[in-house]
Design a binder for this molecule. Structure first.
Ligand code: KG4
Ligand code: ZN
Length: 346
């Protein structure tokens, strides 16, 4: 079975083709991605209307590209999957509209996928896929959550951020330091040259006794520190970047370890854009090795938004008993800009 996946929830248009045979782990045949980052950079963040218009321009050429690369034609597609939410409403509507139009034209079923389920299942696209059950640390631009994952659609929320997401903390701190958008990768790169102990920054909710996160106070502390430094900021930027990264990473690490301890599970999956952070990976790898925990990541280029994870999540849903009934042939669609992952069932 061939599944075409379309991702358009934010500032990346992604299309991919996945093959699913029986109960085997589905295989990625081809994927193509167009990042709008350069377009939004001038505004210091994503402009939703511009994002929607650009998705319209990119999605069909990207679909052509993945079909050509895998030497398939439109008629070979068995199911069209798209990101139904959460995300920017207008951006989601582009992917949903295109998927339903394609499905109707081909007379093939269409399946709306949860964006975070895509991130969560993206490590199954790697050479070393995880096994259920596991603890998942979902760290993206809009979400920071710890979930217990017992299977496809069997997600229990263990804890989440009560304000900003980890990616937002990276992005907002980077913006304060004049590092542009999106700030996570830039801040992380600069941090490599800095001293992570140079500034004492808060580790919010580190000792709260639960698995929730809070990053808004950290951003304020970075702002206060930057103001205090004034003209000296430029010379101390790498130190401030390293200190900020260390604070975010320490909280993510300690809470992940606490979630593993609470659940008694020995497997951790890290997904979402912040999962590309090298410092986070190094710290998690070292701590988990000490505790006999296996850590799984998506391949680096599949950490941030992409179509492969959407096609993969659809394929895995379709393999799950009851999952196939979710593919629909009415071709009417609604998107879910806000959609809690724990609400998902198979
Ligand atoms: O998952 P994603 O691509 O989009 C959302 O669904 O939000 O995550 C994007 C987020 C941004 O906040 C970006 O700054 C962050 O992931 N990010 C990173 C790194 N690469 C991407 N943060 C820290 N270090 C990185 N290397
Ligand atoms: Zn994402």
């Amino acid at each position: 079975m061939l599944i075409l996946g379309i991702e358009s929830s934010c500032d990346e248009t992604g299309v991919a083709l996945v093959r699913s045979e029986g109960a085997a782990v589905p295989a990625l045949l081809s994927h193509a991605l167009y990042s709008q980052i350069a377009m939004h950079q001038a505004y210091g963040g994503v402009v939703p209307e511009l994002a929607s218009r650009d998705h319209i321009r990119r999605v069909i050429p990207l679909a052509r590209e993945v079909l050509a690369e895998s030497q398939h034609s439109l008629q070979d597609i068995d199911v069209v999957a798209y990101t139904r939410g959460p995300g920017l409403a207008g951006a989601l509507l582009v992917g949903a509209g295109v998927a339903c139009a394609l499905g109707a034209a081909l007379q093939k079923p269409v399946l709306g996928v949860h964006h975070l389920e895509g991130h969560l299942l993206s490590p199954f696209l790697s050479a070393d896929p995880p096994e259920f059950p596991f603890v998942a640390l979902l760290v993206s631009g809009g979400h920071t959550q710890l979930m217990r994952v017992d299977g496809v659609g069997r997600y229990t929320l263990l804890g989440e951020t009560i304000d900003d997401a980890a990616g937002e903390a990276f992005d907002k701190s980077a913006k304060l330091m004049g590092l542009g958008y999106p700030g996570g990768p830039a801040l992380s790169k600069l941090a490599e040259q800095g001293d992570a102990t140079a500034f004492k920054l808060p580790r919010p909710l580190l000792h709260s006794g639960d698995l929730d996160f809070s990053f808004a106070g950290l951003k304020t502390a970075v702002m206060t520190q930057a103001k205090k430094l004034g003209d000296a900021l430029e010379a101390r930027k790498a130190d401030l970047a390293a200190s900020t990264e260390a604070a975010i990473v320490e909280v993510l690490l300690k809470k992940s370890l606490a979630a593993l301890r609470d659940t008694g599970l020995k497997r951790l999956v890290v997904a979402g854009g912040v999962g590309a952070n090298r410092h986070l990976r190094a710290q998690l790898n070292a701590a988990c090795q000490r505790q006999g925990v296996r850590v799984h990541y998506p391949e680096l280029h599949l950490c941030t938004d992409n179509g492969a994870m959407i096609a993969m999540a659809a394929a895995m849903r379709l393999q799950t008993p009851g999952g196939a009934s979710q593919a629909q042939t009415t071709y009417s669609f609604d998107v879910q800009p806000r959609w809690p992952l724990a609400d998902l069932v198979v």
